[in-house]
Design a protein. Structure first.
Length: 179
């Protein structure tokens, strides 16, 4: 190395070199620590974002899920509805009982319930009357009732089975009842 005239190049003392080396180690340690904290923060941020997305998806799924009438007898009530063609919703516990036996007596034939929802869905004029005609063809076992919480326009249920329709289809409903 060339030295400029008039300048004396001095070498740092052993103490200064140790101090410089210690400062460099300390700076490296702080940098590694900062990097670890950033990495840890990013990891937990990712976990939090993933959890928030999962909860958001779950909430969306629950609120947009199609609610359907029951097809089982679990938690049913030993009551019968006031008639076969209802203008008010049939309580779910009674619907479950009618699926078990349509006449309300033990050992009777299982019933069929036609639910419709004209609150959330626009129902064509005469749709409810058309469904009522199907009920009148099977006066012992078929019931008709509105179900405004339902996520479909028409649902025909019997024990462990369901038929979902957008429009009344007498032939499909009859086949479902008799099948």
């Amino acid at each position: 190395m060339r030295q400029e005239p008039g300048k004396i190049e001095s070498r740092p003392s052993r103490k200064d070199r140790r101090q410089l080396k210690a400062e460099q180690k300390e700076a490296e340690y702080r940098q590694r620590r900062r990097n670890r904290l950033v990495k840890k923060g990013l990891t937990w941020s990712g976990v939090g974002l993933f959890a928030a997305a999962g909860l958001g998806w779950l909430g969306y799924s629950i609120t947009t899920a199609k609610r359907l009438p029951p097809t089982s007898m679990a938690d049913h009530s030993e009551e019968v509805p006031p008639g076969h063609i209802l203008t008010a919703p049939m309580p779910l516990a009674i619907q479950k009982h009618m699926l078990e036996h349509a006449d309300g007596r033990k050992g009777g034939r299982g019933g069929v319930i036609i639910n419709y929802n004209c609150v959330k869905f626009r129902c064509p004029q005469g749709m409810v009357d058309e469904l009522a005609q199907v009920v009148r063809a099977y006066p012992e076992i078929v019931y008709l009732a509105p179900y405004p919480e339902m996520g479909v326009r028409i649902a025909v249920t019997k024990l462990d089975r369901i038929l979902i329709l957008e429009e009344p289809d007498r032939e499909r409903i009859r086949a479902f009842i008799e099948g």
